[in-house]
Design a protein around this ligand. Structure first.
Ligand SMILES: C[S@@+](CC[C@H](N)C(=O)[O-])C[C@H]1O[C@@H](n2cnc3c(N)ncnc32)[C@H](O)[C@@H]1O
Length: 211
């Protein structure tokens, strides 16, 4: 996996602060980001979660949809980037927006019913983030992570996981191991259902519960 720490988090924060104004383009949102967010909302609805955090919430589209569509008791959006959070805050006053890294979440132990994350997990220190998701969830709580996970073809893996890349795209097996090592019971893993012409996004959703 990629080397993570303060330097990587600084780099990722700077990049997303610059990219924030481009991020809400409707076509980008509709075809790239929305299919995974739809599946996360379905999972939250089925679980009946009332205290929910969206980790690496970006400009806050998913967290704002959760607030509107599920009307939970508490909904938090967490991100490290000031630029992304600025746009998120302008989007919805119903969400409690918080600045912080996925690896050290700004919540006490066992305070949430669900932790979700879409299109960002490849940037995280993945074992640390999974362990912090586990820490903040109450027993029975849900973790749903949608992340880019290209097929394990040698050339593709070299391109998408080059040593110079800041991100690491985990394989389905790596995701299952990360969930299990953090203490979760794996309940589902599947490819995100998306239109044929966007299947090259190769996103995967993995779902687990805290025993
Ligand atoms: C591609 S955007 C995804 C935003 C949103 N989750 C979505 O689906 O539209 C990636 C986001 O991850 C955030 N991010 C990356 N690494 C992070 C970390 N370790 N902790 C918190 N946020 C992080 C970036 O600041 C950026 O806002």
């Amino acid at each position: 996996m990629a080397t993570h720490g303060r330097n990587l988090n600084d780099y990722v924060t700077r990049f997303w602060t610059i990219a924030a104004p481009l991020y809400d383009h409707p076509a980008l949102q509709q075809w790239v980001y929305r299919p995974a967010q739809d599946e996360v909302i379905d999972e939250l609805r089925a679980h009946g979660a009332r205290r929910i955090a969206d980790i690496a919430c970006g400009t806050g589209i998913l967290a704002a949809r959760i607030a509107e569509e599920l009307e939970p008791d508490e909904i938090y959006g967490v991100d490290m980037s000031d630029g992304m959070l600025r746009q998120a805050k302008a989007r919805s006053p119903q969400v409690d927006w918080r600045k912080g890294p996925a690896e050290h979440l700004p919540f006490d132990d066992e305070t949430l019913d669900a932790v979700v994350s879409t299109s960002a997990f490849h940037f995280f220190d993945q074992p640390k983030a999974m362990s912090d998701f586990y820490r903040v969830l109450r027993p029975g709580g849900l973790a749903a992570v949608a992340t880019i996970s290209p097929p394990q073809l040698p050339l593709l893996s070299r391109l998408t996981n080059s040593p110079s890349s800041a991100a690491h795209n985990p394989s389905p097996q790596e995701m299952r191991t990360l969930f299990a090592d953090a203490g979760f019971i794996l309940t589902d893993q599947r490819r995100v259902d998306r239109p044929l012409w966007t299947r090259g996004v190769w996103d995967l959703i993995t779902i687990g519960t805290k025993p």
